[in-house]
Design a protein around this ligand. Structure first.
Ligand SMILES: Nc1ncnc2c1ncn2[C@@H]1O[C@H](COP(=O)(O)OP(=O)(O)O)[C@@H](O)[C@H]1O
Ligand SMILES: N[C@@H](CCOP(=O)(O)O)C(=O)O
Length: 321
């Protein structure tokens, strides 16, 4: 459970009194997520999520995320809407942390997606990229290639205690990716963390997207590389080509990839896997004392990297030319 910060009854009452959202009926820490503290809040008027921003979120960047959710929602993407308080502000403070109340989205996340879910996700990702065009705020991806070496610094001395040879494999991946990372691909707003727990379905169709706190401006096809990693591997570590084909076809049905994007897909998939291996490794080695959180397994992404290192062509991810 990701509850890093407790909110007392008094703090909650004080916060809710600054909003026009009715009276508190129930309030409960949420058993998923690893980044921020989330509570489910039900009031006499509706259901909401209270998010308290933790370690990786810089308060100065919150207007980017909150405005982005509003912009996307105005353009037909079903994502959480920040609720303004009585003073018209979307950002509040509670229990010593910056916080927002956002609307609750209906739908269920799917733990074991099938090809049809991957296709629907591919379409939803392309819709998100198209809807994000014209958003006039910019946020660097601080977890892209230039951010990986500093992240690894925090973990490299203890990496081999997690898996034998992990330090050496990671150093070699870093060198390769730093030397070959593609530039000049089409850019735009990317979600950058569209894992299965951040996508809601109703039936077989994507009904909503949440958790925009890694969103940034980067190569659009890098977002597809993140999703191929997160959705198309089986638990035995194999890549499911049918799922990859479905996702890429779903994406291309709305936003066809150009030649440069297709050529870049293998290295972007490898980079995306390294990015999640690294953040997981750092978190694995540094669980805050007392936090109710289950850190995610870095070795899942170490295994995925083992696959990506041998890929030479986008067709190996299911791209049909
Ligand atoms: N707007 C929302 N509507 C419904 N459920 C939500 C919403 N936001 C978060 N949740 C629930 O809270 C969980 C954790 O949220 P998430 O944003 O992924 O946290 P974290 O940023 O810590 O990873 C989600 O998996 C989901 O179950
Ligand atoms: N998706 C990341 C961790 C970020 O957590 P999330 O709950 O916001 O998706 C990972 O799996 O490493």
């Amino acid at each position: 459970m990701a509850v890093y910060t407790d909110v007392s009854d008094e703090e909650l009452e004080g916060l809710v009194a600054t909003y026009d959202i009715g009276d508190v009926l129930s309030f409960k820490g949420i058993a998923e997520g690893v980044e921020n503290t989330n509570y489910f809040l039900r009031t006499s008027e509706s259901s909401f999520i209270l998010t308290l921003y933790e370690k990786r979120v810089n308060e100065k960047e919150l207007p980017f995320f909150l405005n982005l959710m509003e912009y996307l929602s105005d353009r037909g993407i079903n994502c959480p809407q920040p609720v303004s308080n009585k003073s018209g502000e979307k950002l509040s403070h509670v229990a010593g942390r910056p916080a927002t109340i956002v609307t609750f989205l209906e739908g269920l996340s799917i733990r074991k997606p099938q090809a049809k879910h991957c296709e629907s996700l591919g379409k939803a990702l392309a819709q998100l990229h198209l809807a994000g065009q014209g958003f006039d705020m910019h946020r660097e991806n601080n977890l892209s290639v230039s951010g990986w070496a500093p992240l690894f610094e925090k973990a490299k001395d203890r990496a081999n205690s997690v898996a034998s040879g992990l330090r050496e494999r990671t150093e070699s991946d870093l060198l390769y990716l730093q030397a070959n990372w593609p530039k000049d691909l089409p850019q735009g707003i990317i979600h950058a963390d569209l894992f299965t727990d951040n996508v809601f379905f109703i039936g077989d169709d994507v009904s909503g997207l949440i958790d925009f706190y890694f969103a940034c401006t980067d190569a659009l096809v890098y977002d597809l590389a993140i999703c191929l990693n997160a959705w198309c591997f089986e638990s035995d570590g194999s890549f499911n080509l049918t799922k990859g084909q479905s996702m890429i076809a779903g994406y291309q049905s709305l936003r066809p990839l150009n030649k440069e994007e297709i050529d870049a897909l293998p290295i972007l998939c490898r980079g995306a896997a390294l990015r999640f291996m690294l953040t997981r490794l750092v978190d694995w080695l540094n669980v805050p004392p007392g936090a109710l959180v289950k850190p995610k397994d870095p070795l899942e992404y170490d295994r995925k990297l083992g696959f990506h290192r041998h890929v030479t062509d986008a067709s190996e991810y299911g791209l049909v030319r």
